[in-house]
Design a protein around this ligand. Sequence first.
Ligand code: 7RM
Length: 650
Amino acid sequence: MAGEQNNIDDLLLENRKFPPPVDFQKNALVAGTFLYDEARADDEGFWARQAAELLHWDTDWHTICEWNLPYAKWFVGGQLNVSFNCLDRHVLAGRGDKVAIHWEGEPGDTRTITYAQLLDETKKFANVLKSLGVAKGDRVNIYLPMVPEAAVAMLACARIGAAHSVVFGGFSSQALADRINDASAKVLITADGGYRRGEVFALKPAADEALANTPTIEHVVVVKRGGNDVNMVDGRDHWYHDLMAEASLDCPAEPMDSEQLLFLLYTSGTTGKPKGIMHTTGGYLTHVTYTHKYVFDLHPESDVYWCTADVGWITGHSYIVYGPLSNGATQVIYEGVPNFPGNDRLWSIVEKYGVTIFYTAPTAIRTFMKWGDQEPAKHDMSSLRLLGSVGEPINPEAWMWYRDTIGRGTCPVVDTWWQTETGGIMISPLPGATTLKPGSATFPLPGITAEVVDESGARIDHGGGYLTLTRPWPGMLRGIWGDPERYKETYWSRYGDRYFAGDGAKLDADGYLWLLGRVDDVMNVSGHRISTTEVESALVSHPAVAEAAVVGANDATTGQAIIAYVTLRGGSSVDEGDLRNHVAKEIGAIAKPKTIYFTPELPKTRSGKIMRRLLRDVAEGRNLGDTTTLADASVVNELQKRAAEAPSED
Ligand code: 7RM
């Protein structure tokens, strides 16, 4: 309950537990506590061992970690090349013919790309970049659909020490121009268009619009994918295939300093201009290689891994490009939407490629629930052995559905908490070692220390509060591009020398961590600080509900009142009053929504996060703020219309 400390209430009680299945444990990389024990005894030594074991270094480091709060440097003095680690070393070890990428286009066309082929493409494209004047330290913008060239472009930048800045193919020309200008990028890599929901969407025209206001761009490389007509500006714009036909295959990987800038990735945040999050070379690659291996219990010789993210999201950087390739994994990359041509597209891909490890977002899982159990039932998905989740808190019922319906009731589910800023996974089970609880990200990984603090910054060991990280970690952001003050202010000012993630979290009696959503979204009802996550989970635990978003809207009596937006499962219906009572029964009367709106869709970002800020605007009758990062803008217009029409409850 709300204490004097003004912490976040702890309302939801979840008692189900799932120890690692015996079969899974038999072959698991980690089945006991040894990694935790080692890391607890000496975390820097632990990370140094990971860096040495998992990566190829051209020069050894002299200092594991140099920590001048809030700036960290890792493996100082060490040198390595990221593309060498992701490609050359596998080929040199005789694994050149191993499939790196099973790529499936939305229309059904496919490409199979081995490590040797990916290396050749990367070397050639690195030479292309050089021929366009790109040098170490420069920035290159990437604005592509989910085609293999996106990975090639990123790896080619890494090979020559240029930093990439990937912008979601779905973002507007204005968003692209802002990001190019903030980074002063020299080259833009884009495509004519890509496939989405059965149609070609044009990218080059959007890029052209941006390019009218991006004075630093000297050259544009255009990948042919959509086949749509494009305008090519003489001298500035070049077809990827033309440049590649001329490019030399000779491009040795140059050793880079461990702290060489690897990429910028912009996070939109809820306020202000996008922040260019900076990631560097040695620490980042150590972190993503280590987490990809152990969290997904990767057996590269037999696993087929599939992460459904877009490369424009940090998950695509860390767990499609860098982590899996560094580990020599075989993976699936799919270009399109999950419901083309039918709602079973993903499951047909699982069956076709024999996917063993599947990593997706809660928003996708709840959408699959909405579409119904008959879709996965059409396919043989017995190859799956491990499931992962990332991006938002996963409601316990969605977790159970995922495990039961996608994972046959036997696959462990790893709920992985992390951020663009953390670079890689921070809080997650190890599937062969951790007893799972549905909806809990469980514990910090070996090498990571996370603590929950109260309003005053004091550590608490039970109940709700604010998630902080207490020690530097290798994949941590190195700053915000061009704005050191904002870096300090955003992450390092609220709780002394702790990193503040901006998320609420609680610890249960067994020490399990439960993420409670962004603290900016926490609702204040009659003095109770209520997390959006817990009310949403209570709503989703009703059998008729697939997805829910709640917000606190100004209320004359209670300060804020809970307004819920609910999407039902296919073929289900429920009475609003019954649903409100269901929430009261699950987590208490204080958390009962005042009003529930039923809606077929919720407003989401392109990476699938619910945009509660917009729902709050709708609920309080305000004009909508920035909607440029919304996946489908028509959703909020529809909700606004209904809010204006709806009689208010009570
Ligand atoms: C990887 C990614 C970061 C924010 C983070 C949280 C939320 C992500 C989980 C989660 C609960 C999770 N990077 N978040 N994963 N919340 N459980 N497993 O999403 O920069 O785009 O977003 O996403 O609020 O702070 S991100």
